[in-house]
Design a protein around this ligand. Sequence first.
Ligand SMILES: *Cc1c(COP(=O)(O)O)cnc(C)c1O
Length: 233
Amino acid sequence: MLSNIASSLDNTNQQIALACQKVGRPRHNVLLMAVSKRHGVEKIRQVYDCGQKDFGENYLNEALEKQTVLRDLPIIWHYIGHIQANKTRKIAENFAWVHTVDSIKVAHRLSKQRPDNLPALNICLQVNIDSEQSKSGLLPDKPDLLSFAQEVRRLPRINLCGLMCIPAPKMTKVAESETFTAMQSLQHYLSDNGVKLTTLSMGMSSDLESAISCGATIVRVGTAIFGQRPQLH
Ligand SMILES: *Cc1c(COP(=O)(O)O)cnc(C)c1O
């Protein structure tokens, strides 16, 4: 018998496989990131022991504490939280990926602070795809995004991989896939203009299928694997 968490991970992987199959994409095209924010290290270890290697965290201090406890595991850590410019050094030193870059200043600092003994830092540019007032991210303006991407690409210790979004909640599947299609169209636009990006980081527990049908290469799944997040106290 699989434990709860093992079977949730298994279900998520099957869901991804099925979504890939439906649109004729190979399963290895899509990476599953397990989003472990607010879940304890024992659960992370359990998920790791089921074969999951990539984990995402939103809160820097929480992530650093977990990384210390779990340093015996070769986990690939992704930073997916908001970035304060004065916190970039710790991010540059302790993560393989950063999905939430949306300022030139932050990009420059991450490049400068990335330790020499580590490979270039993989990053995604966060796009505020629904142009929400309250949300971080670059606005989905094609020429602006292109010049931003061109500048970031010149940074020596950064590997610009792709685009990331956190869409506004959607009422329908159609609206959901319109947003993801808009992300794909930004990716194609950048590619047509000489900035080839391999990564689209989009899709969470409730919308990963439509994200995959629109070209997602990294899905970020929390609740479907770990269950509801404990409340902050
Ligand atoms: C929390 C979070 C997720 C995971 O969301 P679930 O709905 O729990 O799957 C994915 N991406 C980001 C940026 C998040 O903050």
